[in-house]
Design a binder for this molecule. Structure first.
Ligand SMILES: CC(C)(COP(=O)(O)OP(=O)(O)OC[C@H]1O[C@@H](n2cnc3c(N)ncnc32)[C@H](O)[C@@H]1OP(=O)(O)O)[C@@H](O)C(=O)NCCC(=O)NCCS
Length: 430
């Protein structure tokens, strides 16, 4: 790789490295003992962990169970894509879970010179994190020892994560009576992600690269994911699980090709990604503001001007600057706004007047706006964003902005700086 290429890749990845550090990701992948891609996936997971991401890995065992049952001559029956588990299947399921788990532990313990695992020193935690109950009889079908999660030991999982351990969870759960239940691993992943309020849920799955390429499908809303007709039952199950997870509060669920080396890293550290993202954020549409939006923008920002959070802007100023404003629309109403003032000569742009309506806050809409405006600024040839703030410094710091001196602002902005307001200046390179 040429130096320029390397630097361009590294500069593109750097904001993501920063943004993901300290975050909790739940990653699900189906695995069988003979899976040739397991090593690639786990090497990438070890890299994520070394970048400070807290990882919970949930492994599926469907293929390994099928193999074991076939060897023992036990026939499986399914209802609604779920296996009906009989008592005689339990030893085969435990055997599958044990062998896959041990294989994963062995791969994560590798320390091969000149490989991504060199000096990784991964610690793995596991245990009786899941209390389960039987799924019972649904639509007349008795699911036997197929179970669902009753509760998870959130404290134990969180304390393992805070000890820098990778939490590895198999899709079996225990009842207080000592019975063992076969669980749907995709559901285990979505439930754990939702209960722990994970930052991301990622499903590694065969066929995603093809679906993305043939249908040019990069993003979907949970609603569309639920209805999406896909022949591949693995993708279908994950689309449904992803939609449920979004509805339960996970902002972004990613479906990533399992068999493409590096697809996971590409999805997480590049702008275009490599998979399909399911996110409720798409319900909101970001568009440039028009003169007709002014009354709505005023309604949104006046209370914030009154309490000193935003600098007051007269209607005349808003009218004159309306081409700098963007609005976020949900169901026809403006629920957030932001402005971008480019300083073309200095290749920097001011982010201003960021406001989300109070009832729509805490759903990462401001994060979404910041991401979108960063992209727009980049397209306009800007190399950095800057802003002035009195009360929201921490929010911007957590998103990679650093404090700068007022003297570092573009000259025209500096000239207008209001010393009395005493705002602090922050900058982020794009
Ligand atoms: C700041 C603001 C834009 C965030 O919008 P949002 O859509 O709720 O943002 P996100 O969902 O991406 O982030 C929410 C997180 O930011 C935190 N946050 C909100 N305001 C904050 C502030 N002033 N300082 C630090 N953190 C803040 C929330 O507590 C929440 O934290 P949590 O996820 O740990 O619960 C919104 O609170 C707002 O409109 N505030 C008033 C206007 C303002 O301050 N604008 C910035 C002008 S410089």
């Amino acid at each position: 790789m040429h130096t320029a290429e390397f630097l361009s890749f590294f500069y593109q990845a750097a904001p993501y490295i920063h943004a993901h550090r300290g975050k909790t990701f739940v990653i699900h992948f189906d695995a069988d003992f003979a899976d040739s891609y397991l090593e690639n996936i786990l090497q990438d997971c070890a890299i994520l962990q070394s970048l400070g991401i807290k990882l919970i890995l949930i492994h599926g065992i469907r293929a390994e169970i099928d193999r074991n049952l076939a060897k023992s001559g036990i026939i499986s029956h399914f209802s609604n894509d779920k296996r009906i588990t009989s008592k005689e299947m339990i030893p085969e399921i435990l055997n599958a879970a044990g062998s896959v788990r041990l294989k994963i532990e062995a791969v994560l313990s590798m320390n091969i010179v000149n490989s991504p695992m060199q000096d990784a020193e991964v610690k793995i935690a596991g245990g009786n994190y899941i209390t389960a109950r039987p799924l019972g009889v649904i639509g007349g079908c008795d699911f036997g020892y197929t179970g669902e999660i009753r509760k998870i030991n959130e404290f134990a999982i969180k304390s393992a994560l805070s000890d820098d351990e990778i939490v590895l969870i198999s899709p079996v759960g225990y009842a207080p009576t000592g019975e063992i239940f076969n669980l749907d691993s995709e559901e285990v992943a979505s439930t754990i992600a939702a209960e722990l309020a994970a930052d991301k849920l990622i499903y590694l799955c065969e066929g995603i690269a093809n679906l993305r390429a043939t249908e040019r499908l990069h993003q979907l809303t949970p609603e569309l994911a639920k209805k999406k007709e896909v022949e591949n039952s693995g993708i279908r199950r994950r689309m449904r699980a992803a939609a449920r997870a979004c509805e339960e509060g996970i902002a972004r669920v990613h479906l990533v090709e399992k068999d493409n080396q590096g697809a996971l890293l590409q999805e997480l550290f590049t702008r275009d990604g490599a998979g399909i993202m399911i996110t409720a954020e798409l319900y909101d549409i970001l568009r440039p503001a028009t003169i007709d939006d002014i009354n709505h923008i005023i309604a949104l920002i006046r209370p914030l001007e009154a309490n000193g959070t935003l600098i007051p802007r007269s209607r005349e100023i808003l009218e004159a600057d309306i081409d700098k404003f963007y609005v976020l629309i949900r169901d026809g109403s403006i629920i957030a706004c932001v402005a971008l003032y480019p300083y073309t000569q200095e290749k920097t742009a001011e982010l201003a007047c960021l406001a989300v309506a109070p009832e729509y806050r805490k759903h990462r809409r401001a994060d979404f706006l910041l991401e979108q405006l960063s992209q727009i600024a980049r397209q306009k040839g800007m190399e950095s964003l800057f802003l002035l703030t009195t009360q929201t410094a921490q929010w911007f710091e957590a998103r990679g902005f650093s404090r700068i001196e007022i003297e570092e602002l573009p000259e025209k902005k500096r000239a207008k700086y209001n010393r009395e307001r005493n705002s602090r200046a922050y900058r982020k390179f794009l």
